[in-house]
Write a protein that binds this ligand. Structure first.
Ligand code: PLP
Length: 396
């Protein structure tokens, strides 16, 4: 018998991808330059030239049998060491390669981590709004998510509300900073308060509460420091990806780092390896592991996103839209012009503006613009945003 839950997931693709597919069809119909597609987070900055140079060299110079062989499931030791050395170099931690698990991007880092820490009937706290797929991955473990809204209008963590949501069934909390969809970077002070609450609740209930730090946007910030969570809360599992920071979303490359500072990290690392195994995860692409060993220190090119952010925020504020000032990632969280963000986003399609309503992210009355797109699309979209605003002003 088919699994009803899986039929449900497969037959109702997530909102972002559905809108992205609509955008492709619409562009084919009326022309690329007539559609302003802010739906998906596909980086518009090309991957650094060193990445393709490294691939070419590896293909030319290495033994093809060795190059394309299976690697150990957690990754080649050299790749894990490159990641551990990278973390030790940049943050105040002595990371060991044994605590690193190389993955196919943050999606598998997260699905594996949730599977490792959450059991049937348990709960995972998710500050909202949040990256839609958390729910899918958490529910696949038999656990459920507990949404805790962030504080408006800053969209920082509401630590007292998180404290009130923690129960003896709480297995973990996910913290995504810089944040998708809001662009918030959580302050060190709020993370320290959160760490104190988690430690206190662990004591009170005699449980272990993991903090899963989802950080694909760590290197994409606009002047704000992104605190390194493993040194703030010991029971942290860091989920990372090179999809955004090196512009490699289709190559599927990331890692999990189980903080060396937690008590008995080996046991948690075994749980990560076991979860990977149970999900049929064999190893990340051997070629890409080799590339990572050589390219992990390459800087992220944030400049294009910084300029897009300036053009978009300036243009929208001149038109009278309200938004949350983004300190990181490449998303803008904007107030919808009517309470029903789904209806608003549908109406925007009449102006060829494609963006995701907040509902899919667990929020009400906002929409998300993904601004990692061509600059001229942003510039050319402003008259459409003006016409959309005018349509609402005229009916008021
Ligand atoms: N987490 C967040 C917050 C994201 O925005 C994304 C992708 O957009 C992911 C995880 C998954 O990224 P990846 O491409 O590395 O699987």
């Amino acid at each position: 018998m088919l699994n009803e839950k899986m039929i449900g997931l497969g037959s109702a693709p997530n909102d972002i991808r559905a809108l992205f597919a609509y955008g492709l069809a619409r562009k084919a119909e009326i022309g690329e330059d007539k559609v302003f597609d802010f739906s998906i987070g596909n980086p518009s900055v090309p991957a650094p030239a060193e990445v393709s140079a490294t691939i070419k060299r590896l293909l030319d110079e290495e033994d093809p049998v060795a190059l394309h062989s299976y690697t150990p499931s957690p990754g080649r030791f050299e790749t894990r060491k490159a990641v551990a050395d990278h973390l030790s170099r940049h943050f105040d931690i002595a990371a060991k390669p044994e605590q690193v698990y190389i993955t196919s991007g943050a999606s598998s880092s997260l699905a594996i981590s949730f599977k490792a820490v959450a059991c049937e009937g348990e709960e995972v706290i998710v500050p909202s709004p949040y990256f839609t797929e958390y729910k899918t991955w958490v529910e696949a473990t038999g656990a459920s998510i507990v949404e805790v809204p962030c504080l408006e209008p800053s969209f920082q963590l509401d630590v007292p509300a998180i404290e009130a949501a923690i129960t003896p069934r709480t297995a973990a909390i996910v913290v995504n900073s810089p944040n998708n969809p809001v662009g918030a970077v959580y302050t060190k002070e709020s993370l320290e308060r959160l760490a104190a609450v988690l430690a206190r609740k662990e004591q009170e209930f005699g449980t272990s509460i993991y903090l899963i730090a989802d950080e694909p946007y760590r290197a994409i910030t606009y002047g704000k420091e992104v605190p390194f969570i493993p040194t703030i809360y010991a029971r942290t599992i860091l989920c990372y990806s090179f999809s955004k920071t090196l512009s490699l979303p289709g190559e599927r490359l990331g890692f999990i780092y189980v903080s060396d500072l937690m008590e008995n990290p080996q046991e948690t690392t075994y749980a990560i390896q076991g979860a990977g195994r149970s999900l049929g995860y064999i190893c990340c692409s051997a070629l890409w592991q080799r590339v990572l060993e050589e390219c992990i220190e390459l800087p992220t090119d944030v400049e294009a996103y910084r300029v897009n952010r300036e053009i978009l925020t300036k243009g929208l504020s001149e038109l009278g839209y309200e938004y949350v000032e983004p300190n990181g990632a490449f998303y803008l969280w904007v107030k919808a012009l009517e309470p029903d963000a789904v209806a608003f986003s549908n109406r925007a399609k009449d102006f060829e503006l494609l963006f995701c309503p907040s509902d899919g992210f667990g929020g009400k009355g906002w929409f998300r613009l993904s601004y990692c797109i061509a600059r001229e699309t942003i510039e050319n979209s402003l008259p459409a945003f003006a016409a959309l605003k005018k349509a609402y002003d005229d009916q008021a």
